[in-house]
Ligand binder design. Structure first.
Ligand code: FE
Ligand code: FE
Ligand code: ZN
Length: 282
């Protein structure tokens, strides 16, 4: 592996534990990965096995992995209209951040939430409140807000909304952004024809120093469709040339990149190999 190799991986099942995910990643040519920190449909998270976490840390070190991009359950909603749903989201995220301390220095990505008709102002206020309660100054994890497609009442479908959330949070040094290519495209940011302009806009609104990770997904729908349906790389409306530009872009190529395309492991292995070719590796 050369020093300039991109950190690329996909979403993996956590059912066999941390070290097993590391082994699976290696088997498909990945050098980072994502996993759900708990079952998206609820319930308690498994206790962390410290030996298992240590084994993954050693594997990552040995094989030059980039930072992991753990994913909060997409069902959590910090800005629900129901207080018990908000409370559950806060408790789950606080617990996840405690467990992430076994893998210090990595990322925890979450969907800001859906305001469910309460309006964007109230949504942002509740998300800020939630983060102010959940983040703790000593944590070794950076929490990433994911750029959203703006489907339904989703908050975070524009860079401005993400910037306003970050502005409201006390411990904002613990926050970053994960840019999902399908979501920003569906949200109306034309990364196919104007990638550099979109990145400039990100820089003006949020600041590129906040951009910590990428979700690489093609889209089944046209620009600004606000749909959020992922497609395989090169098979969708964004197209392969854009991903070629992304993986070689000086502002992007050093970020961990996670595939969330509709694939099984063999499909992910093929996409990883394709993207490494596009990046000029192998
Ligand atoms: Fe996501
Ligand atoms: Fe995503
Ligand atoms: Zn999505």
């Amino acid at each position: 592996m050369t020093a300039s190799a991109i950190s690329l991986g996909c979403h993996l099942s956590s059912s066999a534990g941390f070290a097993a995910m590391g082994e699976t990643a290696l088997a498909i040519g990945a050098t980072t990965f994502a996993f759900f920190t708990r079952n998206p449909r609820g319930g308690n998270a498994k206790a962390v096995d410290p030996d298992d976490a240590a084994a993954l840390r050693a594997l990552m070190e040995e094989h030059g992995f980039g930072k992991l991009v753990a994913h909060a359950p997409y069902t959590l909603n910090l800005c629900s209209a129901k207080p018990d749903v908000i409370e559950f989201a806060r408790r789950s995220m606080a617990d996840d951040l405690q467990r992430m301390e076994y893998l210090p220095g990595n990322y925890y990505n979450f969907h800001p939430g859906s305001h469910v008709g309460q309006g964007i102002e109230e949504g942002i206020r509740l998300i800020v409140d939630g983060l102010n309660q959940v983040l703790f100054p000593e944590q070794a994890t950076t929490v990433l807000l994911e750029t959203m497609a703006g489907k339904g009442s989703e908050v975070g479908g524009t860079f401005e909304e993400l910037a306003r959330i970050i502005d409201g949070v006390r411990e904002d040094q613990l926050l970053g952004v994960c840019l999902d290519t399908c979501h920003v495209w569906d949200g109306g940011y034309d990364i196919r024809e104007h990638l550099d302009d979109v990145l400039s806009e990100f820089d003006r609104t949020i600041g590129l120093e906040r951009l910590k990770a990428l979700h690489l997904n093609d889209s089944k729908n046209p620009l600004a469709s606000h749909k959020d349906r992922h497609e395989k790389i090169g098979k969708g409306t964004i197209g392969g040339e854009t991903f070629s530009a992304v993986v070689t872009h000086p502002l992007l190529r050093n970020l961990p990149m996670i595939l969330e395309t509709p694939n099984e492991l063999d499909g992910y292995a093929a996409e990883i190999s394709l993207l490494r070719q596009l990046a000029g590796e192998a």
